[in-house]
Design a protein around this ligand. Sequence first.
Ligand code: G3P
Ligand code: MG
Length: 246
Amino acid sequence: MSNKNPMIIAHRGAKGMAPENTLAAFRLGLSQGCEGIELDVHLTADEVIVVCHDLTLDRTTNGKGLIVEKGLSEIKNYDAGSWFGDDFKGETIPTLDEVFKLVPDTIMINVEVKYSYEGRMERKLVEMLRRSNRLNNVIISSFDHKCVRRIKQMEPEAKIGLLYQSNLLDPTAYAHSFDVEVYSLHPYFQLLDIEDVRKATENGLYVYPYTANEEKDLLQLSDFGVSGIITDFPGRLKALLKDRDS
Ligand code: G3P
Ligand code: MG
């Protein structure tokens, strides 16, 4: 059992209570005391990095079609809040730049790259992290491990994380098999056991499981000694940790 509290990471913002990946969801996460924010990125036709989980606009906006086929000005016309609730009408898909402006640099931002767009995403992201001076408090993760490896090769100061949802025999050994430094492991939370966490953290890797929401899971992961927990309910995790510590 670990005494150190895990970092509270708001999944797509406070996704359980606000429309995912919008500024409203990030603001809510911050107001609930999150210490990190996880978000997903795609590229527009005019090569702007925007924050959205899906390749298309269909599920989370009143628009339709592939993000990569639309320019930013068109994307900004669509409502990304109403599908979740009338209170959020008028939210739009934010650019990553807008999120960087909103979120203080004391908060860790976990940028999950959903798609490489033939390497254009990696180039744009590295350029942006350098320009905005965010290399230090951003972790770039992906299920595409070759993509994060390319990012680390382009920018040695970048922190990269490996997302996975398969039952790896030895996640630490896998991370160490890379020819670049891996910063963190991002396993699906139900695949994690305490031995994986112990070995990873003893070997200098951070462990950020996703996406746990139930109290029993949040408490168990905390007891495992994970570095942070990605959750749709950052306020719930904050209250649980407070109770546990009192
Ligand atoms: O980064 C953790 C988690 O967000 C990965 O899955 O589908 O929610 O982006 P998904
Ligand atoms: Mg994600």
